[in-house]
Design a protein around this ligand. Structure first.
Ligand code: VG1
Ligand code: CO
Length: 544
């Protein structure tokens, strides 16, 4: 029986879905009517789900299983034709994107707070992807937000839970529910893009790798593809079983949270290649023996070498990077003579460019890389493209990096995060920069002269839409750059992100420690933005 429940109180606490969906403390999502209100708002904002087909799955964090049952009952009560759910309620973000596209679904719901920790006292999240497989664009997230503010009732079916552990088709209140293997279609797609025989031979030849799934959703994918299909030795994948609290850590693939992997790759008897992925499987971290590859550099190297993999052998249409990502990829685009786009942070901004066939490869400094094979960033895809390149070049990662820098120059890069800053302090810092940016050009800070400064506004070349206030950019005459913006994925106060970049053409200066190379830029950022004064912090909480 369908029940129509009237919402007793203010439905949602007035927050817009951020960079990717809505993220909140798990207990908030578990609170009375909260998940239900947000779900109904999503359904209403996309014009209802009557007769529609949706994909549903999540990264396995705490509350994932319960939320799937609620969403299924609501989809049934709202007249959906069919829900396709990953077995056990699991789907990585790129696998969900692939299923939406492959099965011609109207969209999908992904339950994840990505790299944020999981558990009853940690974070939960929900995002909606449209029929192209990509994150809902701002026009849709704005509609969802508006709907949360005016919602008065939601529809839900009463009934028992479905058993999500059995693959096959079942039914709920007239709606078909199909439980699918979360890995199979994705693994097949990867096999179409890359030269699996060549990578198999690499492992046969004794190449050693360590993939850290960080107790999150890529465990089953990496185990099936790397150890199963590609024949990497058992034990190549570590922390491969998804756990509701990600083993108590942050499933954030960077040198801080993947410290074990760093230690293994810099230690005695290190493997040839190391990689990690985040909570929902859309990000990646790449480490060679004794060398960490920054995500910005990884994007540039993948773009420069993509033609070595079957899917990209005809070359790339163009490259896009998020605004704070280093400009290393721009130099590759220039050399290849292809388009290069700078978009705001968040994968949704790549969708139009990919759909229009203007770009093939995209990336973000936060360890997201992907291509036109889906409409999400894709962690394992990046790892497999690296493997395909390594199998063709037969060179250590370190050598590939130094050759790349010798050819294109090196963009030293780092990001400093200040977490849980009181929102009014963080907003005031950004507002002040907005106010003074027009006066900065020509001024000198720590020996660096400002060339350009603004609050980035993106003009989408495909649909003409404008997204303003996307972050402060301060460029210096020597090619260095500072970017400051506030995170859209945090759940506590504000997170200030400071992105620092310096270009070095001279190969004799490509071996400096990163913090040393960036020292003048870091000092200039402090002098311009008064970060210590506004945040009250002497140094960043996380440096990546
Ligand atoms: C962060 C990253 C951004 C990424 C977003 C979602 O956003 O900086 O590059 O697209 O997370 O990634 P923010 O607004 O906190 O800086 V994921 O893996 O959380 O879907
Ligand atoms: Co993610």
């Amino acid at each position: 029986m369908t029940r129509i429940l009237t919402v007793p109180t203010q439905p949602i606490d007035g927050q817009k879905p951020g960079t990717s969906g809505l993220r909140k403390k798990t207990k908030i999502f578990m609170g009375p009517h909260y998940l239900e209100n947000f779900t109904q708002s999503v359904f209403d904002a996309i014009g209802g789900v009557q007769d529609k087909i949706l994909i549903l799955g999540g990264d396995g964090r705490y509350f994932n299983d319960r939320a799937v049952q609620v969403i299924l009952r609501m989809a049934a009560a709202n007249g959906a034709a069919r829900m396709i759910v990953g077995q056990g309620g699991l789907l990585s973000t790129p696998a969900a994107s692939n299923l939406i596209r492959k099965l011609g679904a109207d969209g999908g719901i992904i339950l994840s707070a990505s790299h944020n920790p999981g558990g009853i006292d940690e974070d939960f999240g929900m995002k909606f992807n449209g029929a192209n497989g990509g994150p809902a664009p701002e026009s849709v997230t704005d509609l969802i937000f508006t709907r949360t503010q005016e919602l008065t009732e939601y529809r839900i079916l009463e009934g028992a839970d479905l058993d999500l552990s059995v693959i096959g088709e079942t039914e709920m209140g007239g709606m078909a529910v199909e439980i699918v293997d979360p890995v199979a279609d994705y693994a097949q797609l990867m096999g179409e893009l890359f030269d699996f025989d060549l990578i198999r031979n690499l492992f046969i030849g004794g190449f050693r790798m360590r993939f850290d799934a960080m107790h999150a959703v890529t465990g089953p994918y990496a185990t099936a593809i790397l150890e199963g299909i590609l024949g990497a030795p058992k034990g190549t994948v570590v922390n491969g079983t998804p756990s509701p609290d990600f083993g108590g850590g942050h499933p954030d693939p960077n040198p801080v949270w993947a410290a074990d992997l760093m230690q293994a790759m810099f230690g005695k008897d290190a493997p040839d290649f190391g990689a990690a992925s985040d909570g929902d499987g859309d990000r990646n971290m790449i480490v060679g023996r004794g060398i960490y590859v920054t995500p910005s550099d990884s994007l540039a190297v993948l773009a420069a070498n993509a033609h070595l993999a079957p899917a990209y052998k005809k070359g790339l249409a163009g490259i896009a990077r998020s605004m704070p990502t280093s400009r290393a990829a721009d130099r590759v685009a220039e050399k290849l003579g292809i388009e290069c786009h700078e978009t705001p942070t968040g994968w949704k901004f790549f969708g139009n460019l990919l759909d229009a066939g203007r770009v093939t490869i995209c990336g973000e400094e936060s360890a997201g890389t992907g291509s036109d094979h889906v409409r999400e960033k894709d962690g394992l895809w990046a790892v497999l493209l690296w493997l395909n390149i390594l199998a063709r070049r037969i060179e250590p990662v370190e050598q590939i990096m130094s050759a790349h820098w010798a050819e294109f120059g090196r963009n030293y890069y780092s990001r400093h995060d200040y977490e849980a800053v009181p929102s009014e302090r963080a907003n005031a810092l950004i507002q002040r920069l907005r106010d003074i940016s027009a006066d900065l050009p020509g001024q000198q800070f720590q020996g660096l002269t400002v060339e350009q400064a603004d609050d980035f506004a993106y003009h989408d070349p495909v649909d003409g839409s404008v997204s303003a206030n996307q972050g402060i950019r301060i460029g210096f005459t020597d090619g260095s750059r500072v970017v400051l913006r506030l995170s859209g994925t945090g759940t506590e106060g504000a997170t200030l992100r400071v992105y620092l970049e310096r270009y070095e053409a001279d190969p004799a200066r490509h071996g400096l420690p990163v913090e040393e190379a960036l020292a003048p830029v870091i000092a200039a950022a402090e002098e311009i933005a008064l970060i210590r004064e506004f945040t009250g912090r002497a140094q960043p909480d996380v440096t990546t």
